[in-house]
Design a protein around this ligand. Structure first.
Ligand SMILES: Nc1nc(=O)c2c([nH]1)NC[C@@H]1CN(c3ccc(C(=O)N[C@@H](CCC(=O)O)C(=O)O)cc3)C=[N+]21
Length: 299
């Protein structure tokens, strides 16, 4: 007879789903080029030389090349004056070959992040981080021009795994501007009943235990234990935490915000780290860039 410990969650293969989406995008990009001689373009701006930023940007560049999106890489020194960064954004706003602009976060302390994000043309805000796009995300009956990539990726993983959101209890762990807050707004738009728990929540576990859908975006390695998960729940792990691992050549490995081994025994579905949400973030960025290019030609 099956015992509870025999249970194993369906592991959602983000890498494979992202690959499928990239093929769909590649087809559309090809059509756009043939019919309208239009090649979608994405500009990625990095300030300084954080190692993790460089590696994300390399992944984005590779993904663009694979689907036929033209990428523009702009590297600015760590100490670039704010006015120069603004001038660069303006230049990209005016460049007709660029349909999407991403300014890699975090920015150095001397630069006002909100000022830069507000400067990006709404029509090219493929990150969905412009305050107006976030405002529209928060309003009932309104939609932003672009949905932020990681939150959109989380919902895409749910829908492509056949998990419905409407009427479900969703718990988002974390309230950051780039994931926790926007994903909670997106779930609300999709008719979930949403609870956001965060570092000041008393007894977060008690909320998570009730959740049909858990979105873990706290940035705390393996903080969510298997015993906190409701049996059969869908668990989307957005955490990408580097932890020391001397047995690796790199000296570290990536772990999520969820204790994956434990949670597998209880959850209905779970995303791994790496290979879960991360690849979707990149796929959604490509999708947004394609959408931006299509809008320009009125498609
Ligand atoms: N303006 C802006 N937009 C962003 O979207 C943005 C940003 N700034 N700053 C940094 C974060 C981080 N981020 C990731 C994207 C892909 C993976 C990803 O694909 N990760 C792979 C693993 C990568 C590896 O092995 O190192 C995975 O989870 O399987 C991770 C992280 C986007 N970010």
């Amino acid at each position: 007879m099956a015992t509870p410990s025999d249970h194993h969650a369906t592991v959602i293969d983000g890498k494979a789903i992202a690959q499928t989406i990239r093929s769909e995008i590649a087809l559309e990009v090809a059509t756009l080029s043939e019919k309208y001689s239009k090649v979608p373009g994405l500009a990625v701006v990095i300030v300084g030389c954080r190692k993790d930023s460089q590696s994300y940007v390399n992944m984005k560049r590779k993904a663009c090349a694979e689907v036929g999106i033209k990428s523009f890489d702009i590297n600015l020194p760590e100490d670039v004056p704010e006015v120069e960064l603004i001038a660069k954004v303006d230049e990209l706003n005016a460049n007709p070959e660029v349909h999407g602009i991403l300014v890699q976060l975090p920015l150095p302390k001397h630069i006002n992040e909100e000022k830069i994000l507000s400067q990006i043309s709404l029509e090219k805000d493929v990150d969905g981080f412009h305050p107006l796009n976030i405002g529209k995300l928060a309003m009932k009956g309104r939609d932003p021009l672009f949905l932020p990539c990681t939150p959109k990726g989380c919902l895409e993983l749910l829908s492509r795994s056949g998990i419905s959101i409407k009427g479900k209890k969703a718990v988002v762990v974390g309230r950051s501007n780039i994931v926790g807050l926007p994903v909670s707004l997106l779930l609300l738009k999709a008719d979930a009943t949403v609870t956001v728990v965060h570092s000041r929540t008393q007894d977060p576990e008690s909320y998570i235990r009730e959740a049909d859908i858990v979105i873990a975006a706290a940035g705390q390695p393996m903080m969510i234990k298997g015993s906190w998960i409701k049996p059969g729940a869908a668990v989307i792990d957005v955490g990408t935490n580097a932890v020391n691992d001397p047995s690796r050549k790199s000296g570290y490995r990536l772990v999520g915000d969820v204790d994956f081994q434990e949670a597998c025994k209880v959850a209905g579905w779970i995303t791994p780290v790496p290979g879960g949400v991360g690849p979707l973030t990149v796929a959604m960025l490509l999708q947004n860039t394609l959408e931006g290019a299509k809008r320009v030609i009125g498609q």
